[in-house]
Design a protein around this ligand. Structure first.
Ligand SMILES: Nc1ncnc2c1ncn2[C@@H]1O[C@H](COP(=O)(O)OP(=O)(O)OP(=O)(O)O)[C@@H](O)[C@H]1O
Ligand SMILES: [Mg+2]
Length: 258
């Protein structure tokens, strides 16, 4: 029997820190390492969906229908053009889906129940910038959290609240949930600020901060408009190399956890 997928939620309730960029590009890097990956777009902004070249107009159902109406995940998941990568797409209705499910029994377990039997090596969940019911569903379904942190002054702001929510989910719903790592994004090695932030985050998250940092790289920002991950848009860019290294570093950490 195939082993259960390793489920990683990419989360930071702060907006624009690089969650979607990270989710898409580690998914793709893992796919290139011959791992099968499902990317779940759990954000009504649907940036991961469009960033992988999946157009909303061609979809019969999305994560919204899975959560609200119990539509089968198998008929909602789309293959993408990217090797080994499938996506459970989102659309803007996901924002109201959250209100629809808010009064249900076991509303925190809807995503977990829907994806429990899927056979992939990895499932990566791109979370919205909020500590909302969608995010709680992601954390209940996940084995691990990966937190992208932007190398800027207020990097640590909100992280204690995030960890508090993680602990609540651990104690109430998912005792196996673990912090896999913290990833520094948009790092600019020419500024001492980036280094200072790295050191500060390292102090707070002993052993959890990944050694690899993601540089500020315009190629990473351009790739989504072509609907492809960085390793297909410009595989020799600094961004592509960095995400390849992150995927390796994560796989090594996970190997050590077995
Ligand atoms: N390393 C990077 N270098 C340059 N631009 C980047 C980098 N990482 C992300 N970006 C750009 O910064 C913006 C925010 O990134 P992204 O969408 O990944 O963040 P997010 O945390 O998912 O945002 P949201 O909270 O809105 O979901 C995007 O325009 C993205 O292309
Ligand atoms: Mg995003």
């Amino acid at each position: 029997m195939k082993q259960k997928a390793t489920v990683i939620a990419v989360l930071n309730q702060k907006g624009g820190v690089g969650k979607t960029t990270t989710a898409i590009n580690i998914a793709s890097a893992l796919g290139k390492q011959k791992q099968t990956v499902l990317l779940i777009d759990s954000d009504p902004q649907a940036n991961a969906t469009s960033g992988l070249g999946v157009s909303l107009s061609g979809l019969n159902s999305t994560l919204c229908d899975v959560l609200v109406s119990g539509t089968a995940v198998s008929s909602t998941i789309q293959k993408t053009k990217i090797k080994n990568i499938s996506i459970l797409p989102a659309d803007p209705r996901l924002a109201s889906a959250e209100i629809d499910i808010a009064t249900r029994d076991r509303r925190e377990f809807i995503l977990k129940t829907a994806i429990d039997d899927l056979e992939y090596d990895y499932i990566i969940i791109d979370c919205p910038p909020a500590l909302s019911l969608l995010t709680i569903n992601a954390l209940v379904a996940a084995d691990y959290i990966l937190i992208p942190v932007q190398a800027e002054y207020y990097a640590l702001e909100g992280l204690s609240q995030l960890l508090q929510v993680m602990q609540q989910v651990q104690s109430r719903y998912n005792p196996d949930l673990e912090l896999l790592g913290v990833l520094m994004t948009m790092y600019d090695k020419r500024t001492s600020l980036s280094r200072q932030v790295y050191d500060e985050v390292e102090k707070h998250f002993k052993g959890k901060l990944l050694e690899t940092v993601i540089p500020r790289n315009i190629r990473l920002a351009e790739a989504p408009s072509y609907g492809v991950p960085i390793d297909e848009y410009d595989k020799w860019s600094r961004g592509a190399k960095a995400y390849k290294n992150v995927a390796r570093e994560l796989a090594k950490r996970l190997e050590g956890n077995k």
